[in-house]
Design a protein around this ligand. Structure first.
Ligand code: ADE
Length: 417
């Protein structure tokens, strides 16, 4: 079968979404134009396990213009935009993704993506790569891959350290033009968007607890404060905790924050960050959501065990009634609330992330033979060129160092005048 989507009749609606992103992702559009002329990916098969959104749609079309044959699957069972998936399928991209997959369906799609015998893998969370690595070596004709997100890079680095990684992977997440924008502004805004779309809760005046002060947590804490919330941060790393303090946030242990929070969001990349002892301390009416990659940050088993009743009160909002009558609301089944209950990061920020993706794939196509089975940084010149193109698209000019200034920053001879 060439595709599996929820409803191919949604294609017209999805095409509207794909037209929208063409206006909002100017850097990727520029790369797409060059790819269509130069065909740098001619003959390559790419299996991509990404959130199937309108932004990913434009990335897939860019890679196709570059000559690649794409198989696109979802990197989360609930994040697919069904109209976009239908539109891509109608344009000849092999898409196997729909919103509301069971765990079995999710992993079946991974099998389909592997069955396509890719030369290059693209991952968001490393589920595709880890599935591939559980196979017999003969399966492997992959020359390289890319990874989109922090959690995936952490998993891949662990594989590299254990000596089990079999091919080079570029950590797109670690490009400055990715994490410093996508993780901070993208997650910040879209997480609030997801919470608001699901609940329409007023943020102003609420106590908003952010677990984790990495880039995503920092972006979210700042946006929540901007909307008038009293923000509490929980952390395990002393330097990050200190940054949160100096950024003006209250820093507490989760066991203390649990008693005062109205809204809780996890952004740690770790598991069981909110668990039984915390649920038991929460106020009735507390809203709990996750914006980390996997649905492991909130211990849902604990919540179920502590509850005597669970009911879906609206899409993406489950009401748990604890023994004794207290109510806790879990959003998006503990999966990424920004992609499940909203549309994920805005196109303008994904423009830079996916420009890095497209250029990293091109880099692999050209340089795979020189690379070892390691996790690589995005080459600095790619990162810089994405920043330059983005500034250009915004019509922003910046200064250029004079020859004298260029010399000055290289010398150790000149000091106090
Ligand atoms: N990750 C976060 N937001 C996204 C988006 N809009 N598209 C693809 N991946 C994403």
């Amino acid at each position: 079968m060439e595709y599996r989507v929820k409803d191919i009749r949604l294609a017209e609606q999805g095409k509207g979404q794909l037209n929208w992103v063409e206006e909002h992702m100017p850097v990727l559009m520029k790369i797409r134009k060059r790819f269509s002329e130069e065909k740098p990916l001619e003959g390559l098969k790419i299996s991509a396990c990404l959130h199937v959104t309108k932004e990913t749609g434009l990335l897939a079309k860019t890679l196709k213009e570059g000559g690649a044959k794409i198989t696109l699957i979802a990197s989360n069972p609930l994040s697919t935009q069904d109209d976009v998936a239908a539109a891509l399928a109608s344009e000849g991209i092999k898409v196997f993704a729909w919103k509301g997959q069971s765990k079995e369906e999710y992993y079946d799609c991974i099998e389909t993506a592997l069955g396509a015998m890719p030369d290059i893998t693209m991952d968001d969370g490393a589920d595709l790569v880890t599935a591939l690595h559980s196979r017999d070596k003969s399966f492997l004709k992959v020359i390289g891959g890319t990874e989109e997100t922090t959690t995936g890079v952490v998993r891949l680095r662990a594989m590299e350290k254990k000596g089990v990684l079999r091919y080079p992977i570029i950590a797109v997440n670690d490009a400055e033009t990715k994490w410093d924008f996508d993780n901070v502004y993208g997650t910040g805004q879209s997480t609030l968007d997801g919470i608001i779309r699901a609940t329409n809760i007023l943020i102003a005046g609420k106590t908003f607890v952010v677990a984790g002060y990495g880039h995503c947590g920092r972006g979210l804490a700042n946006r929540a404060r901007g909307m008038g919330a009293r923000v509490v941060v929980t952390e395990v790393e002393p330097v990050k905790a200190l940054k949160a303090v100096m950024d003006g946030f209250q820093v507490q242990r989760m066991e203390d924050a649990a008693e005062i929070g109205d809204i809780f969001v996890t952004a740690t990349g770790n598991k069981n960050v909110i668990r039984k002892e915390h649920f038991l301390k929460m106020k009735s009416g507390a809203i709990v959501a996750n914006t980390g990659h996997f649905n492991v940050e909130i211990n849902i088993n604990d919540l179920e065990e502590a509850s005597e009743n669970k009911s879906r009160i609206k899409q993406f909002v489950d009401q748990y009634t604890l023994k004794g009558g207290k109510k806790i609301y879990l959003l998006a089944e503990g999966r990424l609330v920004n992609l499940v209950a909203a549309d994920g990061h805005p196109s303008e920020v994904m423009d830079m992330s996916f420009a890095n993706q497209a250029l990293s794939v091109e880099y692999i196509a050209c340089h795979a033979r020189e690379l070892e089975p390691r996790v690589y940084e995005v080459p600095k010149w790619i990162d810089q060129s994405v920043a330059k193109l983005k500034l250009q698209s915004l019509g922003i000019a910046i200064d250029v160092m004079s020859d004298e200034q260029n010399e000055y920053i290289k010398t150790w001879l000149e000091g106090t005048l």
